[in-house]
Design a protein around this ligand. Sequence first.
Ligand code: FMN
Length: 189
Amino acid sequence: MPDPVLSAIHGRRSVGRVSADPVDREVVEELLDAAVAAPNHKETAPWRFVVLAGDARGIVGEAHAQAVARMRPDLTPEGRAKEAALLDRAPVVIACCLIPGVDPVRAREDRDAVAAAVQNLLLAAHARRLGAIWRTGTMTDEPEVREALGLEPRDALVGLVYLGHLPDGVDSSPSPRRGSDPFTEWRGW
Ligand SMILES: Cc1cc2nc3c(=O)[nH]c(=O)nc-3n(C[C@H](O)[C@H](O)[C@H](O)COP(=O)(O)O)c2cc1C
């Protein structure tokens, strides 16, 4: 019998191209509430979300462009403008951040919890028929971007979730995945 949870898990896919139409704030709040429903050892709530829309995306994009220009002095003005506009690829970009515990074990578990929260966020977006993709890349480590997001030295940017409405005609059906068998060892069965 089809199960809605399993259908959502198997039906979700990353969608990088979304429409520029705004997403209602209430909908984003609903997705974030789903994110923080993720399992979290000791209930440390290690997640922080910075929800960027409108010009706020450009401020972080500009910080990224500054970082790229610092690392690549040969960057052309066109190239710089392209880097600065990266966050404009979706109307909403959610910076999913980690505030880790001091204890190394706790810090590791905290990062795992934030990753689980991001997956919840992606699944909730899928449930609401929105397109979403988890992006990382060099941007997540750039000091300029970290500062623009208000991260403290021990904090981490686990990912940027780009979110928007599905444009007409975009195929959002999942690509086939291998089952779990190649990755699984059964013992004592
Ligand atoms: C930690 C992490 C980082 C990712 N970073 C990027 C990224 O920088 N750019 C990108 O296009 N996709 C990124 N993705 C999305 C993956 O490419 C995507 O999940 C993968 O291609 C599988 O596709 P699916 O999500 O449709 O199943 C990332 C996914 C994860 C889990």
